[in-house]
Design a protein. Structure first.
Length: 297
């Protein structure tokens, strides 16, 4: 005889049903997980009740309903306020609220002092990507490795999971590091489109050229990582700092001719000039990291 017993899916609690919280909740409900939700404004949880969620009257009631408790609130202060006075003994607290590395570390100590295991998370997605196949959504996790392994399957339902270490601050750090790189790219894209504005160049025709170029140039991050790891900023350099600083005049003069404000370019160029003036003309731009983070190995 075969055993057709179906193992029930793990129940969990979600605190916070804003846009991201609602997207998370719907994927867990769709997958069959028993879900208890709470929101400071109860009306925002009504739609989830219609989809099968249990709506708790208080945060304390919601936390008492499940061992696994996920927070997706406005900010770190909101987490503290929501869970103030709530018994966390024996709970596994997974914080998906956007915060800083220091927030993650202090919240981990706060949770552990209250008898809970803690995992911090950084969501690399916007709400429409959550639960969408092949969207590329994933979440950085850091903190208790035991908690992560125990709940990995449940946490992987809304988005992919990437565990980045026992330090509770690492999820937020990786999150913000990637977002910072993204905004640097956005700055370049903005400047590029500003240069062609008003010319007989269609933005939709220019966009594929820009995407192709940025995709190719993004591979340089691997070389930067290798040089930072080895401490050798000179070997294999193709376009050195001296060459790049010499070429900046053309970039700035073109911006002037096109009537484009160079403010998105000049901070990076200033860093290149400083590094060159310190005698590092045969390096690439890797050494600029030392100007931004002096004294850190």
């Amino acid at each position: 005889m075969s055993d057709n017993t179906v193992t029930p899916l793990a129940p969990l609690t979600l605190l916070g049903t804003g846009a991201m919280g609602t997207a998370l909740a719907r994927t867990w409900l769709a997958a069959g997980h028993p879900l208890t939700v709470w929101n400071r404004t109860p009306s925002r949880a009504e739609a989830l009740a219609a989809e099968g969620a249990t709506v708790a009257a208080s945060a304390a009631e919601a936390v008492a309903a499940s061992r696994l408790v996920v927070t997706c609130l406005l900010d770190d202060d909101s987490v503290g306020e929501t869970l103030d006075g709530v018994d966390l003994t024996g709970r596994d607290l997974v914080n998906l609220t956007t915060g800083t590395p220091a927030d993650g570390r202090s919240r981990a100590a706060w949770a552990e002092a209250r008898g809970a295991r803690f995992l911090d998370g950084g969501i690399m997605a916007v709400p429409p990507m959550i639960g969408a196949p092949r969207s590329g959504a994933y979440v950085f996790y850091s903190g208790s490795a035991e908690l992560f392994e125990e709940h990995r399957e449940t946490l992987a339902v809304p988005a992919g999971t990437t565990y980045v270490g026992a330090d509770p601050g690492f999820a937020a750090l990786c999150d913000v590091a990637l977002l910072s790189g993204m905004y640097g790219m956005f700055a370049g894209v903005t400047h590029a489109f500003a240069l062609i504005r008003g010319e007989d160049i269609e933005p939709k025709e220019f966009a594929p050229l820009l995407v192709s170029w940025l995709t190719a140039m993004a591979q340089s991050a691997y070389g930067t990582a290798d040089r930072l790891q080895s401490g050798d900023y000179r070997t294999g350099v193709v376009s050195n700092l001296a060459m790049q600083v010499a070429g900046k005049a053309t970039l700035l003069r073109t911006a002037e001719e096109q009537g484009v404000d160079p403010d998105l370019l000049t901070p990076f160029m200033t860093l290149m000039e400083r590094r060159l003036a310190d005698g590092h003309g045969d390096e690439d731009t890797t050494g600029l990291v030392e100007l931004l983070a002096p004294g850190k190995d």
